[in-house]
Design a protein around this ligand. Structure first.
Ligand SMILES: Nc1nc2c(ncn2[C@@H]2O[C@H](COP(=O)(O)OP(=O)(O)OP(=O)(O)O)[C@@H](O)[C@H]2O)c(=O)[nH]1
Ligand SMILES: [Mg+2]
Length: 927
């Protein structure tokens, strides 16, 4: 059981500036945006950096930096960038898992150049700080800067040390200039695995993830140990080129940030660095579900919630997070939640309502006595039954009213009649209506009633049409036959040879049109005759004019009869179309009903037996909650966890167990694989001492919930013992009333103590990492290193770093000054060669404890060789064979020749060009 812990006061989150780099970094920033409540949004700002434009384009984050493919001929540049191996490939998209390419895209001379990128970042951070100045001047306040990226890709992982250098510098500047604390934390997503696995069984199908993780973790180790005796230097290579050639990117600020084109770390840059493991099998391919959440969401939400908690309770965080100048620890985070699935229950009841609505709509006819006698309904299957119901409903529209109370049904019918009357009227009115009128009517009725009364409307309209149809049909027939007779078309040579009414109708039309046309032509040419204009007589023109108007009248009359007939036909057709339309729409409703029923079943399952996720636990809901409960009641009365517990819809005991389990999860080893400490017998004393000096492992849990739930959030079921100082409870009225959140921060160190790190190191040493990158990097994992300057020749050699160093030319050593525990001169010479005397002398010069010469200033080559990563064992390795040295001792070979052999070996074997400076002896100097 955890001891009682006083509640903490709530505060606004501290101003927090987040920088997300690469796909993983940007995704996580998006999750933070979702997690931060709207009313606190202004305390957060986001900056997305990627070398892949498509990710930036689809991101909702406005502040962006696109690391472009540099224009300058990359081939020409390579030799000027010691971290670019000769065979490095620049693809078009992003850095394609190549860390050195990521670094180059940030540190390159083109636009945006490194200096431009520096300025952009500085401006964003400065502006953010200024915007929050008024909050910040209040006591105890500080600003957070958080860098998020994966360690196993190319862009985020390859740029993070250099970005860290910039941010570290800017954070220091804020601390110095503003008497304000700037907290700087990093979150690194790292490929996780069970320690001890064969490399071929590691998750995921791209071995570069592991090589990159290893190199990035080694960089992290360098960063965390910086200043321990020696400052860590991070050179910016593009600046040499920029300044030489074009002269841009030389703002004062960057000049101040750099010492001879390099950042210097006098102490570890991070206040905290958190490693977050991902399983490459689960995060790729088909998105895997872990219980109730997708795996990538689990990880992203965990990080997002932790960042939010860090921003919100940063004040307390300061007490345990690192003092940046001495702490070289790393951490991880575990976030869990217990929730009452209120939203899902609301959803359940809304779905249930929807189903009821759809059922009434679809099965209105089921109440009628002869419903089940229908032939269509012989099949037993529900599906056929329901589909038949729809057909039945459409064909038997009055059934709809059978399921209603008589009074209501009558009222409905009356109203529908009225609407039909006002659109269609009765009697001959129908004849003048169009299908558009029918559409309007249907729309109006559907709006004031619903879909299922439409077949009734169609029936009613059809009835009226049917009443009129015989009259209209008879009228057309009579008109045609009368005219046929009148114009004696039966004997017409061209038109007379048909018998059906429709054919006769068409011929009559043609005949009349032809007559009209001919008469018009005749009228145009006919001269006025003597009889024209004389009363009682009809002249030629008058006769023609009479004929014309007779034919016109006839045609009009005919046309009218035809139109009446056709409009009735058109309405009839529209009605059958509408019937099938309604049937289609009802079938669609039927599908909606099926979907809703499925959803309801799923919801019920999720609510009664929720899947427990790794992050999120949802409380099961009891059966009573599924019965007759209105959505309104849910929304008004079930507003927090307490209400659910009081009503008995969630079992209080189960709830307390869930709280205990989620709390304990923060303390379980399997939840913090990347931070597991190696077996004690594998740890050497020095590391063990460091571990103890740093305070071993520290755990701090934040428990957060809404204050309305205070009386029901209890921890009496917690089984593990934890000290009072390792957790805090926070309540407020802003927190989600349906959830309790646990965020656990674990810190330990040094990084060498971690089993995960040591396993990667072992893979590297035993050639397993090389095997993993067989296909992509020709079996050389060293290509994962993007900061070879920080490592020895073993790594640098892969990059063919060509450098020139100036070495003092060593004065010939005199055996007189050599002090060894031997008696005679012959033995001394022998021992001198045997004990690497020459190498020791060259390496340490007069500082070598066995050499006592006060007359030269030769202090050895050590410091110069360190700059190019050549340590004692390398120098020893490239020494000329002992015989040569023996020859020199006996005077057969000149000292100059021996020294020259070293020069040649350094050039040939290590690619380091040596230039000798002449040494002054003390005597010369004083003369
Ligand atoms: N948490 C989390 N991890 C992710 C996500 N997408 C990719 N990763 C992990 O991130 C690593 C790959 O790094 P990315 O962020 O894709 O790489 P990048 O920085 O964009 O670099 P390049 O694409 O190689 O230029 C792998 O370990 C993935 O498992 C994500 O959405 N969330
Ligand atoms: Mg990417």
């Amino acid at each position: 059981m955890i001891p009682h812990c006083p509640l903490m006061a709530v505060q606004d989150p501290l101003p927090t500036f987040l920088i997300g780099v690469g796909e993983a970094g940007i995704e996580i920033l998006e999750s933070v945006k979702d997690v931060v409540p709207e009313e606190e949004a202004e305390n957060f700002d986001y900056f997305a950096i990627d070398s892949q434009n498509e990710f930036l384009n689809k991101s909702s984050i406005e502040k962006q930096l696109y690391l472009q493919q540099p224009d300058t001929l990359v081939e020409r540049q390579k030799e000027r960038f010691p971290f670019l191996a000769e065979d490095v490939n620049f693809g078009v998209k992003g850095a394609e898992r190549q860390r050195p390419v990521g670094r180059f895209k940030l540190d390159n001379p083109d636009q945006p150049s490194f200096s431009d990128n520096f300025d952009t970042l500085e401006n964003h951070i400065r502006r953010f700080r200024q915007e929050h100045n008024s909050d910040l001047i209040q006591q105890n306040k500080h600003i957070n800067i958080i860098l998020v990226n994966s360690l196993s890709g190319g862009t985020g992982s390859g740029t993070y040390p250099l970005l860290t250098a910039i941010i570290h510098y800017l954070a220091e500047k804020i601390r110095d200039n503003n008497q304000m604390f700037a907290y700087f934390a990093g979150f690194g997503i790292v490929s996780e695995f069970d320690v001890g696995r064969e490399v071929k069984d590691l998750p995921g199908d791209d071995g570069r993830y592991y090589a990159n993780s290893y190199a990035a973790l080694r960089d992290l180790q360098r960063l965390l140990n910086s200043g321990d005796g020696e400052n860590l230097r991070l050179p910016v290579h593009s600046r040499r080129i920029t300044k030489d050639s074009e002269g841009h990117g030389t703002s004062d600020s960057i000049e101040q940030a750099l010492e001879e084109n390099a950042f210097e770390f006098e102490f570890p840059p991070f206040n905290d660095y958190f490693l977050v493991g991902v399983d490459e099998d689960l995060i790729h391919g088909e998105r895997s579900f872990v219980g109730n959440e997708r795996y990538d969401q689990v990880v992203d939400n965990q990080v997002a919630e932790s960042i939010y908690t860090l921003a919100k309770h940063g004040q307390a965080m300061e007490n345990i997070s690192g003092e940046s100048d001495e702490d070289s620890r790393v951490g991880t985070i575990i976030e869990t939640e217990v929730r009452v699935p209120h939203e899902k229950l609301v959803d359940y009841h809304e779905t249930k309502q929807k189903i009821e609505r759809l059922e009434t709509l679809l099965f209105a006819g089921q109440g009628s006595p002869d419903f089940f006698d229908t032939d269509d309904l012989e099949s037993d299957s529900d599906l056929n039954e329901e589909l038949s119901t729809i057909k039945y409903l459409v064909r038997n529209p009055t059934e709809v009213f059978e399921t209603m109370e008589k009074e209501r049904a009558d009222e409905k019918k009356d109203d529908i009649e009225e609407q039909i009357d006002s659109t269609f009227g009765g009697g001959l009115n129908v004849v003048n209506r169009t299908p558009e009128d029918l559409n309007d009517l249907i729309e109006n009725v559907e709006e004031s009633h619903d879909l299922r009364v439409i077949p009734y409307v169609l029936d009613e309209v059809e009835k009226r049409i049917n009443e009129q149809e015989p009259t209209v049909r008879q009228n057309r027939e009579d008109t045609v036959n009368d005219m046929w007779k009148h114009y004696e078309l039966s004997s017409h040579p061209e038109y007379g040879d048909v018998s059906s009414v429709t054919q006769r109708m068409r011929n009559l039309q043609d005949f009349l049109r032809e007559q009209i046309e001919e008469t018009r032509e005749e009228l145009e040419t006919a001269d006025e005759s003597w009889w024209d204009g004389k009363p009682g007589f009809r002249g030629t023109r008058e006769k023609l004019e009479d004929r014309l108007s007779d034919r016109k009248e006839a045609l009009e009359k005919l046309q009218e009869a035809i139109n009446d007939y056709e409009s009735v036909q058109a309405l009839d057709e529209a009605i059958s179309e509408k019937r099938s339309d309604i049937e289609r729409r009802l079938k669609k409703k039927k599908r909606d009903l099926d979907d809703a029923r499925d959803a309801l079943n799923r919801l019920e399952e999720e609510l009664t037996e929720p899947l427990s996720g790794r992050r999120l636990a949802e409380m099961p809901i009891t059966e009573e909650a599924f019965e007759d409960v209105s959505v309104d009641k849910l929304n008004n009365e079930f507003t927090d966890i307490k209400a659910y517990l009081n009503e008995g819809w969630v079992d209080h005991d189960d709830f307390k167990s869930a709280l205990a389990r989620r709390f304990e999860r923060g303390y379980e080893d399997e939840e913090k694989l990347v931070l597991q400490v190696a077996e004690w017998e594998d740890i050497n004393d020095e590391i063990a001492d460091q571990y103890r000096a740093l305070g071993g492992e520290e755990t701090m849990t934040y428990i957060e919930y809404n204050e309305v739930n205070e009386e029901v959030v209890e921890f009496d079921k917690v089984q593990i013992g934890v000290s009072e100082s390792s957790f805090n409870r926070f309540t407020d009225d802003r927190h989600d009333p349906f959830g309790v959140k646990f965020v656990t921060f674990v810190r330990t160190g040094p990084i060498e103590i971690l089993q995960h790190y040591r396993q990667l190191q072992k893979y590297a040493e035993e050639g397993d990492l090389d095997e993993l990158v067989e296909r992509r990097w020709g079996g050389d994992h060293r290509l994962a290193f993007a900061y070879p300057e920080w490592y020895g020749r073993d790594i640098q050699r892969r990059f063919n770093v060509s450098q020139t160093i100036e070495l003092p030319f060593p004065p010939e050593p005199d055996l007189e000054f050599v002090e060894l525990d031997v008696e005679n001169q012959g033995e001394l010479k022998h021992e001198f060669v045997k004990r690497n005397g020459v190498v020791s002398y060259l390496y340490q010069g007069a500082k070598w404890e066995n050499y006592r010469d006060g007359s030269t200033e030769f202090n050895g080559w050590k410091s110069k060789l360190d700059e190019v990563g050549i340590g004692w064992p390398y120098l020893q390795e490239l020494s000329p064979p002992p015989e040569d040295k023996r020859h020199w001792l006996v005077g057969n070979v000149e000292w100059d020749e021996i020294v020259n052999e070293y020069k040649i070996a350094l050039e040939d074997q290590e690619g380091v060009k040596v230039e000798f400076m002449e040494m002054e002896t003390k005597d010369e100097a004083t003369e």
